[in-house]
Design a protein around this ligand. Sequence first.
Ligand SMILES: NC(=O)c1ccc[n+]([C@@H]2O[C@H](COP(=O)([O-])OP(=O)(O)OC[C@H]3O[C@@H](n4cnc5c(N)ncnc54)[C@H](O)[C@@H]3O)[C@@H](O)[C@H]2O)c1
Length: 346
Amino acid sequence: MNAIEVNVKNGYKVIVDNGIFDKIPEYALTLADYTTVTIVSDSNVAPLYIERLKKGFLRANKRVLTYVIEAGEQSKNLSNYAAILSFLANNDFKRKDLLVALGGGVVGDLTGFVASTYHRGVDFIQVPTTLLAGIDSSVGGKTAVDIKEGKNLVGAFYQPKGVFFDIETLNTLPEKEMINGFGELVKYGILMGGTLWKNLLSDNLSLENCIADSIRYKAEIVEKDEFDNGVRALLNLGHTLAHSVENLSGYTVPHGLAVGYGIRRIAKACKNNGLLQNSEYEQIINVLDKFSLTYIAPFSDNALIRASVKDKKAFADSINIIVINAIGNCSIQKFKLDKLGEFFND
Ligand SMILES: NC(=O)c1ccc[n+]([C@@H]2O[C@H](COP(=O)([O-])OP(=O)(O)OC[C@H]3O[C@@H](n4cnc5c(N)ncnc54)[C@H](O)[C@@H]3O)[C@@H](O)[C@H]2O)c1
């Protein structure tokens, strides 16, 4: 079992292991003596896992409520946010009770945002069931919903009380969702280097170790910059072009594939501009291919760059891009917008 500490002001543990699912209620109930537990999940995950989780809390004589949203990004919206708040209020869910996010990043972000505002903040735990949520979105306290003007535009920094990731839940995850998670996993590999990168290169990869290393890396970054004013931007490696691809494709290209493409392009640009050694560039391309991150965007560089300017990470006449100097050594570099085309030029 890996128990990774996230040492922020209200610190917590991320527990990662195979086969811990039925123990999660027991772990959660060591946090405080809750009366009511509300489990939020989605229409794909709930039929698979919600009864098992519920059973454990019932066995401990807790009152258990469940709330299931339609699966998919379109559910991460203000009307579900408001509906869950009303559900909690109508069911006498109190300030000292516990919310549980059971699912992927959509459920996690939405439930976390509810938790951050209901009664000005109630306890919540994350029970991620996708690779992306397990290594990325469940850790670090970013919660949000989308509005029509943009993704994740309304949200809060609000840390969970604990994260409990049973890797066995990935056995039911569709392959395309695994590949989505691989996009973020390769990102962590390049950022961290070391054991994680070696593992990704290996023919005998240990997914559990990859997951634990990614979380450890994310925890360290969050500890240094909980509110995303500095080094946390490193986690956007590959994401500027990825967001452009998602925008230009009307969100038909899955996030992980878009991130894979973003990493491919930034790695090539870094090699072409003399920042990254050719041998490491080739390793990156091989790892992207190995994890089926082979999508190539059909959009012109001009269109991609124009779209990135609209992205929320762009400032007036310049944009921060995460560059790869070496595997395990990335940095934040500010580019004048009119120089970006040159940088990405093949
Ligand atoms: N808060 C953060 O720091 C952060 C970071 C990265 C991404 N995100 C957000 O995360 C979201 C994407 O998360 P995601 O990729 O987990 O998507 P998701 O939550 O939509 O899950 C993907 C799909 O897999 C299904 N699913 C989940 N677990 C399953 C399982 N074990 N078995 C079978 N089906 C399962 C879901 O029902 C859904 O259809 C986006 O909204 C993104 O903005 C947040």
